[in-house]
Design a binder for this molecule. Structure first.
Ligand code: GBH
Length: 476
């Protein structure tokens, strides 16, 4: 098993999860600042006000990346640092731009290749207040296009752009379950506003159109001179049938991936939504206009893949409720035989199952014609890690094994199955603000001591990736 010679690897983070300094240098509020301020939304009542303090510690973070041998770093830009209110006619904040320009210069000087995500969920709150944010197709897509253009122009040295991180999360968690900002849902115990049966599908559509517009700008105005590439990052879990003998469970496995991934990837590669979704959602799924198809179809230079876990899938009978977003099925950790899919972690949704990674890489490759894939996130939390002593925390053998198993599964997909995977970013460089789960759940290869000035302590896993990749990447 091996990986191609020019395979890129490193670590990933996101602006709101690590930066802190929410008022520094003219940053405007994002929907996550607003959401965190609502009591009960974040498990430990915390927010990204300080987080890892990375806005002020870029030098230290780059030293950390160097010390663990990283060749690439994926991070996201806080839109509200660039345009504090967010809109295309609103003032641009040069200090925000300067910050990221310098960060990229410093990364490149350190021999680390930047991968920039334009939006990792933290849309300016000003846009949400002004016109409903993601829900407003005309305004949002025009504002995102403008913001993207500002960034492409400001950072010509960046050769790998990701438009959106996990539009599934922005749509479903933001507008169906209300688990993430802006927290809209039909559940009136959680929110006074929202329509779980319609809004997520509208938001998903708008994110796709906005992605298409940004890609068009990049390809027409910047790519010819800058020579970089652009794509979107989608999340999706692997699926195994609860009962492999039941064709309906087998079918539900594909349907689950279609509702999570193909919802976005089919329009990007084929120009339409998956049949299974059209069948279940009917006219709640927006129609594609010919102009939109022209923008979105063929809009990925690479496929950005975030992947963590797997589920057994059991089909459901009867008509699904209007707020169903899974595709009329159950996701389980045990199959019909009582086999467990993988060990517990600190995240209620995450159980390691590395074979699923290889299987999903193959599933995606077959469906979308073996596109170039960058794994833009992969990693794990660790049961009870937050309650351990520092001595125990830095001996994170569970995480070392997770990376070892998953990276080897990926290498097999590459050298044995013909999957065109060309990059891998471990989630995450350091413990950080884990959204609705606050700081109790840690995903870092570096421990961050939030009680003592956010001091960083690399764990065993931080140093485990370099030898692993050195042994797998072909020398010629
Ligand atoms: C990533 O998402 C994020 O990009 C990253 O910011 C985050 O820190 C990392 O995961 C670790 O969580 O509420 O039951 O519907 C990974 C994909 C999809 C995993 C949604 C959690 C919640 C399931 N995520 N899922 S549920």
């Amino acid at each position: 098993m091996s990986l191609p010679k020019d395979f890129q690897w490193g670590f990933a983070t996101a602006s709101y999860q690590i930066e802190g300094s929410i008022h520094e240098d003219g940053r405007g509020p994002s929907i996550w600042d607003t959401f965190c301020a609502i009591p009960g939304k974040i498990a430990d009542g915390s927010s990204g006000v300080v987080a890892c303090d990375s806005y002020k510690r870029t030098k230290e973070d780059i030293e950390l990346l160097k010390s663990v041998g990283a060749r690439a770093y994926r991070f996201s830009i806080a839109w509200s640092r660039i345009i504090p209110i967010g809109g295309r006619n609103d003032p641009i904040n040069q200090k925000g731009i300067d910050h990221y320009v310098k960060f990229v210069d410093d990364l490149i000087a350190a021999g680390i290749e930047p991968f920039i995500t334009l939006l990792h969920w933290d849309i300016p709150d000003g846009l949400d207040k002004r016109y409903g944010g993601f829900l407003n197709k005309e305004e949002f897509t025009a504002d995102f296009e403008h913001y993207a253009r500002v960034m492409f122009k400001a950072i010509p040295k960046c050769k790998h752009w990701i438009t959106f991180n996990e539009p599934w999360c922005s749509s479903i968690l933001g507008y169906n379950s209300g688990y993430f900002a802006p927290g809209r849902t039909s559940n009136r115990a959680k929110s006074a506003v929202g329509d779980s049966s319609r809004e997520p599908w509208i938001v998903g559509h708008n994110l796709l159109v906005a992605h298409g517009k940004a890609v068009k700008v990049y390809r027409e105005e910047f790519k010819p001179t800058q020579g970089g590439e652009i794509g979107i990052t989608l999340n999706g879990d692997a699926t195994l049938p609860w009962d492999p003998e039941d064709p309906l469970d087998v079918e539900a496995c594909d349907r689950k991936i279609e509702f999570a991934i193909s919802w976005f990837a089919d329009p990007i590669y084929f120009g339409h939504y998956p049949e299974s979704m059209r069948k279940q959602l009917g006219d709640r799924l927006p129609e594609w206009t010919p102009e939109e198809v022209a923008l979105v179809k063929g809009s990925n230079d690479f496929y950005g893949m975030n992947h963590y876990t797997a589920n057994y899938i059991k089909h459901k009978k009867g008509v699904p409720p209007e707020d169903d977003f899974l595709g009329n099925l159950e996701t389980l950790f045990y199959n019909k035989n009582g086999d467990c899919i993988g060990p517990e972690t600190q995240s209620f949704w995450l159980r390691p199952h590395a074979q699923g990674f290889r299987d999903l890489l193959n599933w995606l490759s077959k469906r979308y014609g073996y596109p170039k894939i960058y794994v833009t996130e992969n990693g794990t939390s660790l049961k009870g890690e937050n309650d351990m002593s520092l001595e125990q925390i830095v001996e994170d053998d569970f995480r070392v094994k997770y990376f070892d198993d998953y990276v080897r599964a990926m290498a097999l997909a590459s050298s044995e199955d013909g999957v065109n995977v060309m990059g891998y970013m471990a989630w995450s460089l350091m413990d950080n603000f884990e959204w609705a789960e606050g700081y109790e759940t840690r995903f870092g290869v570096t421990y961050v001591d939030y009680e003592n000035d956010q001091k960083r302590y690399p764990k065993k896993s931080a140093k485990s990736l370099k030898p692993l990749f050195d042994s797998l990447i072909r020398k010629e």
